[in-house]
Design a protein around this ligand. Structure first.
Ligand SMILES: [Zn+2]
Length: 370
């Protein structure tokens, strides 16, 4: 339910994943390079060669974006921030960080690492293109130089959540000491820049009927939405920042032996108002049964063991009462569950459902608005 992409493998312990939307962009980029850019740079060469160079350049673009994200991730790890995976999607990549950087300095270096690497790549490709070589290779390398340079410049635009917006936030944060306000203004910067890009795209389409204007409009809308969403995500995370698992825990659950049949427990389960049952085996939580799955049980299935309608929980799929809620969020994704038991010294202290976190956030949000 959480994965929308294809896992390529692990590099230095970081999972590399491609979102399905990426394939569209790969086709589009190959197309516009192979039929638009390279026919102009390489007139007189065959269409096959022009298109092949286009596809090659699109592949190199993919590696360049990956290297950019890898630079962010490795710097994050150097500062002790865990990075689980990198997802490459429609307009580039994203490194999955589980929490915000701890200081403006960390934020600055983390954000600057990606564009810095893109600039180094741009310089390297341009340098390679200066060596004597065949015309198609020369066109390929100089185009890759330009692509990496554009990647660096675009990402350095001072609008959150772009790298440049994060750099802006780190500077505001260092001077004002207020992360909330700094994030707010950096996100406003993001929306302002998105507006400029949309305007530029529209102007380009009106004045020169250029279809490339449409690209700018799309990127602008995407950035606008992202700036708003990132700021909201930031607010949510900051509500949860100093909450521990036990702060939001619920004791509303029923523990049942996993060897029992559905029939044995039927009345107890139906009458119980909690809606969540933990399956216990030798003092260990083995799974979770939700009331919703009970309602789907047919009469003929009543003699089946309760395990058959439970969601199993792997070893390690539990929380400790002192765990931070923000850090635990990754566990729900890892174990693909909505409910985790809170365990201390083999004692079950309660459960924490994703709904409980959502309900807390909704009320916190309401309080902030009032
Ligand atoms: Zn970046």
């Amino acid at each position: 339910m959480f994965n929308r992409g294809i896992v390529l493998g692990k590099v230095w312990g970081i999972l590399i994943e491609i979102d399905f939307s990426w394939f569209w962009i790969f086709l589009l980029v190959s197309w516009s390079l192979g039929f638009g850019v390279f026919p102009e740079l390489l007139p007189g060469f065959s269409t096959l060669l022009q298109v092949s160079i286009g596809i090659l350049a699109a592949l190199f673009l993919f590696v360049s974006v990956l290297a950019h994200e890898m630079a962010h991730s490795l710097v994050a790890r150097k500062f002790g921030l865990p990075v689980e995976k990198i997802t490459l999607f429609l307009f580039g990549g994203i490194s999955n960080l589980s929490d915000e950087p701890s200081t403006p300095k960390v934020e600055f270096f983390l954000a600057a690492a990606g564009p810095a690497l893109s600039l180094v790549l741009a310089a390297s490709f341009w340098a390679i293109s200066l060596f004597p070589q065949s015309q198609p290779l020369q066109a390929l390398f100089s185009t890759l130089g330009l692509i990496n340079f554009s990647l660096a410049i675009f990402n350095l635009l001072p609008g959150y959540p772009l790298d440049g917006g994060r750099i802006l936030r780190s500077i505001l944060w260092a001077t004002s000491k207020n992360l909330d306000r700094s994030t707010y203004w950096a996100a406003i910067g993001g929306q302002f820049i998105a507006g400029l890009i949309i305007g530029l795209g529209a102007l380009q389409m009106i004045l020169s009927f250029a279809l490339s204007g449409l690209w700018l409009i799309l990127i602008g809308f995407y950035l606008f939405r992202n700036a708003k969403a990132s700021y909201e995500a930031y607010l949510l995370i900051s509500e949860l920042r100093d909450k521990s698992v036990s702060d939001l825990a619920s004791s509303n659950f029923l523990a049942v032996e996993s060897s029992a049949s559905i029939k044995d427990l039927w009345e107890e389960l139906i009458e119980d108002g909690t809606g969540t049952f933990l399956l216990i085996e030798e003092n260990q939580v083995r799974g979770v049964v939700r009331k919703a799955s009970l309602s789907r049980v047919k009469e003929s299935d009543l003699s089946m063991p309760i395990v058959s309608i439970s969601t199993p929980l792997d070893d390690g799929a539990y929380l400790r009462p002192g765990d931070s809620v923000v850090a635990s969020l990754a566990k729900y994704e890892k174990y693909e569950t909505n409910t985790l038991p809170i365990v201390q010294k083999s004692q079950i202290l309660g459960i924490l459902r994703l709904e409980d976190i959502q309900i807390f956030l909704q009320s916190a949000r309401k309080q902030r608005k009032d």
